[in-house]
Design a protein around this ligand. Structure first.
Ligand SMILES: [Zn+2]
Ligand SMILES: [Zn+2]
Length: 335
């Protein structure tokens, strides 16, 4: 499988949470959470087009300032997403600095901030350097199903989880893509051409067999045109499911959360999930509204993800990292 995303933790697991996802075939990256990001080089921050903040506890949001600082004057803009109250939090963070010099920059930085409520309604606002990051263009909207971003090549889904305060979990999914077998087209007497894009679109959209596809191509003998029912072309197209990456942190282990997480990240290729405490400290984990490694491994197993990557370890286990990982692995394996 050709991997579209290269996802990695921003920091080692005892430090601030966050996952940076580089897109291999596009000049862009997205990031889950904006904790301390000193380990991300400016060139990495400058690739970010979307940042998804689970909640605004300091360890998940303190890196916002560095992101803005690096991007100002050099980046045209990005979209930021967070839980209820997030737009106001972005506004107040920006308002805490003096911005009297920013109009000198050639490149205007525009931040589009969106907060999403539990019922899927959204509130967005824009902040630009040229206006000193004043809040403007406020708008309300709603998400369709659980989709927060629907871009041409990827989607980001979300679930609102319970961490006493609302905390968002995310799933990044590459859209399915189709590829065409030239030799199978040739068996139907057809050649590839720009029309193949329409064929792929029709298959991906689930069009019926009796839909006609206009095939046209040019070769040494001139121009060729034929109208062919999709049913006759299906064998020439194969569909590959896209890569899927889940990100879940700062959640309490209870039935409603587990259900939502499992349905969000089901069969993901990789699940990044917090594993803050050992199961022996489960009552403390519950008071702190965090998962134990055993609980995280259990969720990953229930969701049948292919690979699980733990993070957000409590500093109390700084000498016991192997134990945390072993507990998660054993629960993931069903032990
Ligand atoms: Zn946290
Ligand atoms: Zn938190």
């Amino acid at each position: 499988m050709r991997l579209a995303f290269d996802a990695r933790l921003v920091n080692p697991p005892f430090q601030d949470p966050g996952v940076y996802v580089d897109f291999r075939f596009e000049h862009r990256a997205i990031v889950f959470d904006l904790g301390d990001n000193a380990k991300l080089a400016p060139r990495h921050l400058l690739r970010i087009t979307h940042a998804f903040v689970s909640h605004a506890h300091m360890d998940h949001f303190i890196g916002f300032d560095r992101l803005v600082r690096v991007c100002i004057g050099r980046h045209a803009g990005m979209h930021l997403f967070g839980p209820p109250g997030f737009v106001g939090q972005v506004e107040r963070r920006l308002a805490s600095y003096t911005w009297d010099r920013v109009d000198r920059y050639d490149v205007e930085l525009t931040l589009f901030a969106t907060e999403v409520a539990t019922d899927g309604t959204t509130r967005s606002a824009r902040f630009r350097t040229s206006t000193g990051f004043a809040r403007e263009s406020e708008s309300m909207g709603s998400t369709c199903d659980d989709v927060l971003v629907d871009a041409p090549s990827f989607r980001v889904r979300f679930a609102t989880l319970d961490h006493r305060t609302p905390c968002l979990g995310f799933l990044l999914e590459e859209k399915a893509h189709a590829s065409v077998w030239k030799n199978r087209l040739a068996e139907c007497g057809l050649r590839v051409g720009p029309w193949v894009a329409k064929l792929k679109q029709a298959v991906l959209a689930g069009a019926a067999d009796d839909v006609f596809i206009e095939a046209h191509w040019r070769d040494g003998e001139g121009e060729h045109r034929r109208s062919v029912p999709l049913g006759e072309l299906r064998a020439a197209v194969s569909i590959e499911r896209g890569q899927r990456i889940g990100y879940v942190t700062d959640v309490l282990f209870h039935e409603a959360n587990v259900e939502k997480i499992v349905s969000l990240v089901r069969e993901a290729d990789v699940l990044f999930i917090e594993s803050v405490f050992l199961e022996a400290d489960a009552p403390h984990a519950s008071r702190k509204q965090h998962l134990t490694a055993r609980q995280a491994g259990t969720i990953a197993r229930l969701a049948r993800v292919r690979h699980v990557e733990p993070f957000h370890f409590s500093p109390r286990y700084s000498e016991r990292e192997a134990e945390v990982r072993a507990e998660l692995a054993s629960a993931f394996a069903g032990g």
